[in-house]
Design a protein around this ligand. Structure first.
Ligand SMILES: Cc1cc2nc3c(=O)[nH]c(=O)nc-3n(C[C@H](O)[C@H](O)[C@H](O)COP(=O)(O)OP(=O)(O)OC[C@H]3O[C@@H](n4cnc5c(N)ncnc54)[C@H](O)[C@@H]3O)c2cc1C
Length: 485
């Protein structure tokens, strides 16, 4: 179907609003983007607060060929913020769908809607036997949008938190997966194929609810924080890879982080560990297993020539003036906006017009010394060529592969913005050449991401798209179908 023109789409949303079938429609100017991506023209932003309203909007969109771009809380910072992948979309804002439909504190899961934030769910868990796997983004960002992008929390990948979904398909029908029934009750996965993962990083439907696995509140939560000189990176990478491969007896995601800066001035803000490599790992478990994990980490680091500092602290007793305070809070399942605000040097989370801008590149790197060193070498060479700094983080999400997070900080002048984007383009190309493809994309590269896949899934996925969204109204270009430009 041909795409609807702007006027007929706007008239349609206005009509739906007047008859009370949507919560709000906004034809105003779309907010900016912290990543300085090419701005997309947005027809309108339509807000809804129920599954029925989502179905109404999707059905109406199919009638005139309007393109929809669903957002949970719209904080896709560094990857495109609230901008859709292609021009001429109507943003479908789900942030008013804030119901925690079910909180099962016996079995440890929650059935939540897209607008439920980290702060909201963490508050609902206060005093319970369960904690939340929080990210270091703003406390008011969603669980659902982040999990649909394969985000990483402080304890594990959000992929592991995602048990099941409820989805409005492109034909307006409601589908549930993973053992979630039509009455928001979760029964666990029964025999046979499960489609939950098909709705992660895809455009096959609008997710209206998700079953989120909670983390058992441990007897003890410690936070290990160690710093090293950057020259020791090969040995540190080796130790981290060995730890990741062997696994620890406690829960918690190991992160290794460092900055790569060019000679001369750059926009990267100063932190207490600037210029050093830092390793952070929360240890959640029983007292004895936490002790064992701490010992295993110390043993693994014995081969590192120059450990600048090593701290292991009880997360519950870290004082507010301690540099580890906010990391400790997150390890306890308490989300905080502090790392975002400090990172960007701003007093609140209205980040779209900050002086400092922020781009992300998120590739996969095999978990071993050789590949990790090669990845950092590529970054070093590119940073020097583009005289723009970045921070690089290895999140050890599995024994095989690390999720890398490359954050490029730049000031918002046209010249710095162009350099930052050129840097990301180059890194992305070189990483692909090295066999390190992205695991999470941004609106400017989305259309080409699938081409880098090495499995044989593309054709069947296109068939699924045709089946679930025959008019192609949902998130055109998002990971599946259509070019990004
Ligand atoms: C300083 C800083 C720190 C950060 N730390 C982290 C971190 O620790 N871990 C991490 O993972 N990220 C991090 N981020 C990135 C980002 O802010 C988060 O991933 C954030 O959770 C994404 O925003 P959101 O939850 O509002 O998702 P949204 O922006 O709402 O959605 C993200 C994507 O999913 C799609 N989508 C959303 N909801 C639906 C739906 N219901 N149905 C279908 N499609 C949907 C959207 O179209 C969009 O493409 C950080 C960013 C910054 C700047």
């Amino acid at each position: 179907m041909a795409a609807a023109d702007k006027t007929s789409a706007r008239e349609l949303w206005q009509k739906l609003f007047e008859v009370g079938r949507i919560l709000k429609v906004d034809h105003g100017i779309h907010p900016g983007d912290i990543g300085g991506h090419r701005p997309r023209e947005v027809v309108a932003t339509v807000s809804v607060d129920s599954v029925e309203q989502v179905q109404d909007v999707v059905r109406a969109a199919t009638q005139i060929g309007a393109r929809l771009y669903p957002l949970s809380t719209g904080a896709n910072w560094g990857m495109g913020s609230r901008f859709p992948v292609v021009e001429g979309c109507t943003v479908l804002d789900l942030s008013a769908m804030t119901r925690i439909r079910e909180l099962d504190l016996e079995h440890g899961y929650a059935v939540i809607e897209p607008g439920v934030t980290q702060a909201q769910l963490a508050k609902a868990l206060e005093g319970s036997e369960w904690v939340l796997n929080v990210t270091s983004s703003c406390a008011d960002t969603s669980m659902v949008g982040n999990a649909l992008e394969r985000g990483d929390g402080i304890i594990r990948s959000r992929v592991q938190d995602t048990l099941a979904v409820e989805v409005v398909l492109g034909n307006g029908e409601l589908l549930t997966t993973g053992g979630l029934d039509g009455r928001s009750r979760y029964h666990g996965r029964v025999a046979g194929p499960d489609l939950t993962a098909a709705f992660v990083e895809s455009n096959l439907g609008v997710v209206t609810a998700m079953v989120v696995s909670l983390v058992r509140r441990p007897e003890t939560t410690e936070l290990v924080y160690a710093c090293f000189r950057p020259e020791a990176f090969p040995e540190v990478a080796d130790a981290v890879a060995r730890l990741g491969r062997a696994g620890l007896p406690t829960d918690g995601l190991l992160r290794l982080r460092g900055s790569v800066v060019p000679a001369g001035p750059h926009a990267l803000p100063d932190t207490p560990d600037s210029g050093l490599l830092s390793m952070t790992v929360p240890l959640l478990g029983r007292k004895e297993t936490v002790q064992l994990s701490r010992r295993l980490i110390r043993e693994a680091l014995e081969s590192v020539p120059d450990v600048v500092s090593f701290r292991s602290v009880d997360a519950a007793t870290v004082e507010e003036d301690d540099a580890l305070y906010f990391r400790a809070r997150m390890a306890l399942g308490i989300p905080t906006c502090a790392s975002l605000r400090r990172g960007l040097g701003v007093p609140n989370c209205d980040v779209e017009d900050t002086e400092l801008a922020w781009l992300m590149f998120l590739p996969l790197v095999p978990l071993d010394r050789e590949h990790m060193v090669r990845a950092v070498d590529v970054l070093r060479r590119a940073v020097d060529r583009h005289t723009t700094a970045l921070t690089a983080e290895f999140n050890i999400v599995s024994p095989h592969i690390a999720n890398m997070v490359v954050q490029i900080a730049f000031s918002r002048t046209p010249e710095s913005t162009a350099r930052a984007h050129a840097l990301r383009d180059e890194i992305r190309t070189h990483f692909a050449d090295e066999g390190f493809p992205a695991y999470r994309s941004n609106i400017d590269h989305m259309g080409t991401e699938l081409a880098l896949r090495r499995d044989a899934l593309i054709a069947p996925l296109a068939d699924l798209k045709q089946l679930f969204d025959p008019s192609g109204v949902i998130s055109p270009g998002r990971y599946l179908n259509g070019s990004a430009k």
